[in-house]
Design a protein around this ligand. Sequence first.
Ligand code: FES
Ligand SMILES: [Fe+2]
Length: 349
Amino acid sequence: MESPGRMITDEDKRIRGMEAREDFVRDTWYPIWESKRLGRQPVRVTRLGRELVLWRDGQGQPVAQEAACPHRGADLSRGRVVGGCLECPYHGMRFAADGACVRVPCEGKARPIRADLRVKGYAVRESLGLVWLWWGEQREELPPLPWNHEIPGTGAGTCTATLTWNVPFARVMEGNLDLHHFPFAHRRWAPGMGTWLDPYTARLEGDVIHTHGVMREDDGKPWDGRSGFEAELRVLFPHLLLARFGRRTQALVAATPIDAENTWVVFRYRSQLPLVGGLVAWLLVQTELRFIQPEDYALLRDSEPRHPVRQDFHLVRADAGIALWFRLYERRLEAQRTPSSHAPVMHVP
Ligand code: FES
Ligand SMILES: [Fe+2]
């Protein structure tokens, strides 16, 4: 039985229900695909609960549109790009990057094309080796891509990998902000790592959660400034995490909801060690993929409830960053439900 302090209110249930119904944080640029994996062939991806086809137009610019052909619903990702347009595999209708249908072969060239024969699209940009999709209200001018100058690119000394997890978005972000699980969840890879998170600070500046902590032996003394494992994590709400380990290693972890139950995760390491940086980054990514992430995945996938609210947890001091994230998350979802923000998720045009 739950104690009174742990009562789950109707409001909590409502928030949880919202999440399960695929309400994602809006007005955000989400990374949805790796640039290097988008070539001449269209690809189909599910992101933010939508079935999308990604392709490149005549200028090589990425395009994201609804995967179902507006004619009779065929999967446009099975089509091909011809003359800078996407051709449906079923009856050959062609759609331009702006969504307009420009050719209906069965009607001949002379017959006008009905104006409502359009494919819905989303604003996308490409930067830092990733394709980003704007999930939010259409605006005259969209905000710049987030942290564009801080995120490590794909140049020398970097290595990138992506994962698809059967874990809801909020649970992934909770895991990302967690420092003190390491000596337990990843015991085999951190022999001798102290279990005391001290010092630890977490603070909010705008939409950025800053945390800094040191995992070390619990000697009961103030930190000497050297011992232990020091990490600095920043999360640009809701989905981008930049981590610094020591002076020369950085990591990006970006999470994008696939749907309410699944999340796409991008890992990127950068090592600034001269000459061997690329190798070090590759080794770090391999270690993540083979050893660390499977352990996190199993824990997060099976954590209950899958769509938590803060009241489900009994948080401790070392969870302060997670508490800040959930506070922002719940506030943002709440704000999105107010009538003024009920503008439909935008489509271009
Ligand atoms: S379903 Fe796409 S052209 Fe007919
Ligand atoms: Fe972990």
